[in-house]
Design a protein around this ligand. Structure first.
Ligand SMILES: Cc1cc2nc3c(=O)[nH]c(=O)nc-3n(C[C@H](O)[C@H](O)[C@H](O)COP(=O)(O)O)c2cc1C
Length: 426
């Protein structure tokens, strides 16, 4: 059975049932998302650190302006006054989304991944601004993730596109789903799709770090399907986390899911935002390099490679320029730990091991987050004569997912350098 035997029906349209998940900060670039749409699937851009992303994509200077405005607070541990300019967030989001949507070709769709945990020192207003700007700029859909999103629908409801934009939520349990649906029913706006993310996913994880082994994506998906059936709700369910071959995906569709969300296999795509040396590091990874820790100041467990440069250095918090994790009262767990390290060894460069500066490390591609099966990426491409791996295109990976049968992986056509070993024997 192949994924291509199925179609995802959403908002009166049909898609190839492959959704490329949001990967901030600018790993799931608009180039990557646009390729998914061109091929008839769904791609995600992400609005994580949107001002920094707009600057790098379009040469704007949102980050510089914010840093200049608040430079006086750089030695102050209280960042409560370091506020985002809502007009700047709106402008950056509109620029990014509208440029992406103008370039869209093909029968697929481009959605935006919106993480609630990016509190941006003013949680409700900044989120409202992000959501409204994305809808105004023509995004096809919004995927609400990293948080329960208790207020998000309310924040969106006075936008004219509230009922026509596709809205989905990422959950890791039926418990979280029930809480969200309770609100959604009250607002008469059910989600159009539900991404069920299991413990093998990349990025932040919606599980207690000690419980990861207790859960399996398959069980949570089956539980969600039967919960929705009992409630008489027909909402497409989209499993995510560890769907490594198209056949893995097809098995979920046979079991009643409507599509799959995948990410790790696309981290190494030509169109993905990670620098080339990081893509090569992902490809060369061994199973024991993959860890889950609590160093993210969001309080969620996060999966990453233990070689991540973010784990080797401690930097001064950079909230004047970035500040996406500030909680609304000017606080972030990394600032707290950094201040304590400063006090413990005055005059020395602080070394913080319990937390890291998520904003700067994600923006600089120094936190190498990945799904649990990242070490299998070497099976998906060719090893080249110089020892490096061939970087596949988004199209190579997408079509492999779409047409794979019996868990086979179709390698990209060798280009450029001579191939010394096929990936499967590398
Ligand atoms: C590098 C990377 C970054 C990610 N960043 C985000 C993110 O910013 N927001 C989010 O909701 N999920 C994020 N995820 C999770 C993916 O969107 C997706 O649901 C999950 O990783 C799918 O599992 P897979 O990677 O095993 O295919 C990220 C995943 C990866 C691999």
């Amino acid at each position: 059975m192949k994924l291509d035997n199925y179609r995802l029906k959403l908002g009166g349209k049909e898609y190839v049932p492959i959704m490329i998940g949001g990967m901030g900060v600018n790993i799931s670039t608009s180039r990557l998302a646009l390729e998914a749409a061109r091929l008839g699937g769904i791609g995600h851009i992400s609005d994580a650190e949107i001002c920094a992303v707009a600057d790098s994509e379009f040469g704007t200077s949102f980050v510089k302006e914010k840093r200049n405005q608040y430079s006086a607070f750089s030695n102050d541990s209280n960042k409560s006054k370091v506020q985002f300019d809502l007009a700047a967030i709106e402008a950056a989001q509109k620029l990014y989304v509208s440029k992406t949507m103008e370039a869209k070709k093909g029968s697929g769709a481009v959605f935006i991944n919106c993480m609630e945990k990016l509190l941006m020192n003013n949680p409700a207003e900044t989120l409202r601004t992000r959501l409204h700007a994305a809808m105004s700029a023509g995004i096809d859909g919004i995927t609400l993730s990293a948080g329960l999103h208790m207020r998000s629908l309310e924040l969106m409801k006075d936008h004219p596109r509230f009922h026509d934009v596709m809205i989905g939520i990422v959950v890791s349990s039926t418990r979280a789903l029930k809480i969200f649906l309770h609100r959604a029913v009250r607002l008469n706006r059910l989600p159009d799709f539900i991404v069920v993310e299991g413990p093998l996913a990349g990025g932040h994880l919606g599980f207690d770090i000690h419980d990861l082994d207790k859960y399996s994506l398959k069980d949570i998906v089956l539980e969600t399907i039967s919960f929705l059936q009992k409630e008489g709700l027909s909402i497409p369910i989209i499993p995510a986390g560890g769907v490594f071959t198209g056949s893995d995906g097809a098995e979920y569709l046979e079991a009643g899911a409507s599509a799959v969300q995948v990410a790790t296999r696309f981290t190494i795509a030509e169109e993905a935002g990670l620098p080339e040396h990081v893509k090569q590091a992902y490809l060369a990874t061994a199973k024991e390099d993959v860890i889950v820790n609590m160093v993210s100041p969001t309080g969620y467990p996060m999966r990453m490679l233990k070689q991540s440069p973010a784990l080797q250095t401690s930097m001064k918090p950079n909230c004047e320029a970035l500040g996406y994790i500030l909680d609304g009262e000017g606080k972030c767990d990394y600032i707290k730990e950094y201040e304590e390290a400063l006090k413990a060894n005055p005059g020395e460069k602080p070394k913080v091991t319990t937390k890291f500066c998520l904003c700067t490390n994600m923006q600089q591609y120094n936190c190498w987050t990945c799904g649990a099966l990242v070490y299998r990426l070497k099976e998906t491409t060719n090893r080249l004569a110089d020892g490096s791996y061939q970087i596949p295109t988004t199209e190579d990976i997408f079509l492999d997912y779409q047409y794979s049968d019996n868990h086979s992986i179709h390698l990209p056509n060798p280009i450029g350098q001579e191939v010394i070993r096929k990936a499967s024997s590398a």
